[in-house]
Design a protein around this ligand. Structure first.
Ligand code: GLC
Length: 532
């Protein structure tokens, strides 16, 4: 359903920046807020409506910012509060909103709350975290596992109890059943909303509540030796608990205290459970992140099915969204190849729903292969050999062919993924055949034609490697035809239909008239404007 006046987060494009890797302004090899500010012209020109910044709060950086030691202060590696406010103001002047990453599930073990909580069993903040006595045999309280390898309970010798950490031991989980914890995080939200941020992407939203009785998680019947040991159990008592919806409602109510803000949730869940996070009365997250395209095998029939299933599952009045990549998952160009990455971009930017674009994907940055010595991600170090390491998708943005791709004058914290000068903004900016130019045309077209952003979505029957669907709004109709395979394929239009190619993955075809049957080349995608 299109509301009378669509919200900016419905019609717009969200662009994710991993601040460590976007632009370094002071030569320490780590990106920063001043660097992002310097690149706002680029983002405006690309056509982004909002930037989601991965965490830039004070942090010991055990999990590169997802271990927050102070929710209301900027880590000096990224800059100062003045830098943040200047970025916010300059972005606003360009019509770009800033969405922050809220990490409410856990803090850093260096956060003052945890320091206080661990100081004694009678600390007023003890119950802000999840403590448990050892089991009768002196061992861990139950079998819960950390997502980052090993058991999820760490022993605190000083107070003779264990605390729960879904991620690193340096990331103790907060106790979301404690109303003071909830109130404290809601105040953090108000602090940033009051400064004018556009909303939040909420980290691991489905993790916030854990079973009060602390029952063992059951074995995962689908687990086998080739799978990561972190998947040995089904996390039914540690994630997606039934009472999560009341928490999401509370968060949404805080966001709604301010005008026109957005609440986005990170949720790795099957579609039917994911869509519950819209809330029974659409009073939950505006955009429960839909990672179906990240997780699905890249086959036309598979995608066709998941798109239909997702469209059918989104509640009436709820707004869809799509994601191809983020700072935790292998880059799209690495997963599907650079030819298909163009098709994927066309898909992302023509489906119904808000697209989130991961920095660097617009120039086809590859998934980097790092040596063991270069690895920085704790997941790679703790659970090696399962391809879970996330450094390969976090390498520095490639601006030009100068030193370190223009990212830093110092030593970059992660290596540059490729020294191919063609995979840079500078090389692609002037080349109409480039990945960047394709993104710009698609984003621009989307902006000028509501049929592509807000319009109705109609999947069409197709075979083999072809994906076909129509978008329409207010008398405008577009047919999107994507070839997900490496061989040519024909697509037949109804005899009476006349069309013009509006956007093509290879721009030479743009403007071509089409009637009857047309051919899609290997890895080719076309957006056809139907003219009658
Ligand atoms: C989320 C973040 C990831 C982080 C984890 C723990 O999944 O996206 O980067 O490591 O939460 O905070």
């Amino acid at each position: 359903m299109i509301e009378d006046v669509p919200r900016w987060w419905q019609s717009g494009l969200i662009y994710q920046i991993y601040p460590r890797s976007f632009q370094d302004s002071d030569g320490n090899g780590i990106g920063d807020l001043v660097g992002i500010r310097q690149r706002l012209d680029y983002l405006q020109d690309l056509g982004v409506d909002a930037i989601w910044l991965s965490p830039m709060f004070v942090s010991p950086m055990k999990d590169f910012g997802y271990d927050v030691a102070d929710y209301c202060a900027i880590d000096p590696r990224f800059g100062t509060m003045e830098d943040f406010e200047a970025l916010l103001a300059d972005a606003k002047a360009r019509g770009i909103r800033i969405i922050l990453d809220l990490v409410p599930n856990h803090t850093s073990d260096q956060h003052a709350w945890f320091q206080e909580a661990r100081s004694s069993r009678t600390s007023p903040k003890r119950d802000w975290y999840l403590w448990s006595d050892p089991a009768p045999n002196g061992g861990r309280p139950n079998n819960w596992l950390s997502e980052f390898g090993g058991p999820a309970w760490a022993f605190d010798a000083a107070t003779d109890q264990y605390y729960y950490h879904a991620f690193l031991p340096e990331q103790p989980d907060l106790n979301w059943r404690n109303p003071d914890v909830r109130a404290a995080i809601y105040d953090v939200m108000r602090f940033w909303l009051g400064k004018g941020v556009g909303g939040f992407r909420v980290d691991v939203l489905w993790h916030l509540l854990k079973d009060d009785a602390r029952r063992d998680n059951p074995a995962n019947p689908g687990w086998h030796e080739g799978m990561s040991p972190t998947q040995r159990l089904l996390p039914i008592y540690t994630t997606d608990l039934p009472d999560m919806q009341s928490i999401v409602r509370e968060m949404r109510a805080v966001v709604d205290e301010f005008d026109e803000r957005v609440l986005i949730g990170e949720l790795y869940l099957p579609i039917e459970r994911l869509v519950r996070y819209y809330g029974a009365e659409l009073d939950g997250a505006h955009l429960p992140f839909n990672f179906a395209l990240i997780e699905a095998p890249w086959h036309a029939r598979e995608l066709d099915r998941l798109i239909r299933d997702y469209e059918a599952a989104v509640p009436h009045g709820g707004w869809p969204n799509w994601v191809l990549g983020n700072h935790d998952k292998p880059r799209i160009a690495g997963r599907v190849g650079i030819g298909q990455a163009r098709v994927a971009a066309m898909l992302l930017l023509t489906l119904r729903g808000t697209p989130t674009l991961y920095y660097g994907d617009e120039i086809g940055m590859p998934q980097a292969t790092l040596s063991v010595a270069e690895a920085r991600d704790p997941v790679e170090r703790n659970v090696p050999g399962f391809g879970l390491g996330r450094d390969g998708c976090r390498t520095p943005m490639q601006w030009d062919s100068s030193l370190n791709a223009g990212f830093t004058t110092g030593t970059p914290w992660l290596p540059i993924a490729t020294d191919d000068p063609a995979v840079t903004v500078a090389a692609q900016a002037g080349d109409p055949g480039s990945m960047l130019a394709l993104h710009k045309r698609l984003i621009d077209h989307r902006r000028r034609h509501p049929a592509l952003s807000l319009g109705g979505f109609h999947p069409l029957a197709a075979d083999g490697d072809i994906l076909l669907y129509q978008r329409e709004h207010g008398g405008e109709r577009f047919l999107v035809a994507l070839n997900l395979g490496p061989t040519e394929a024909d697509v037949a239009l109804e005899a009476s239909v006349r069309a013009r190619i509006a956007i093509a993955t290879e721009p030479q075809r743009e403007g071509e008239s089409i009637a009857g049957t047309f051919t899609l080349g290997p890895d080719e995608g076309l957006v056809l404007e139907l003219v009658d």
